[in-house]
Design a protein around this ligand. Structure first.
Ligand SMILES: [Zn+2]
Length: 113
């Protein structure tokens, strides 16, 4: 399981993934409109509330069945400044301060790397 997570982090760097729009809702959910490696659209949702970490989601197939960070979520979180070692750790749980810091970088995620 750890090995696959490492693979996803790697793919989030090597494949052509981009984010073209970010919206945030009143209850602190950040919605990233993504384009995947073959041009397909995906939506990543990341909650500001650290207690809702497990509920972060993506509309891709990888995320439909299993709860973990897919390459699209890895892409967003990496662009927000999360450490790769944290992304590779399936048991990682950020604290509230880290979530605030990460999401304050949200404008950096839009556009090409
Ligand atoms: Zn995804």
């Amino acid at each position: 399981m750890e090995r696959w997570q490492k693979e996803r982090v790697l793919r989030s760097k090597e494949q052509q993934i981009s984010c073209h729009r970010i919206q945030s809702t009143e209850d602190g959910c950040f919605i990233f409109s993504m384009t995947g490696s073959t041009g397909e659209p995906y939506t990543v949702e990341i909650y500001e509330d650290a207690d809702m970490w497990e509920l972060n989601s993506c509309s891709c197939e990888d995320c439909t069945f299993r709860p973990f960070l897919c390459k699209h979520q890895c892409y967003c979180l990496r662009m927000l400044g999360m450490e790769e070692s944290a992304l590779e750790n399936v048991f990682y749980q950020p604290d509230q301060l880290e979530m605030y810091e990460l999401l304050s970088n949200a404008p950096n995620v839009v556009g090409d790397r």
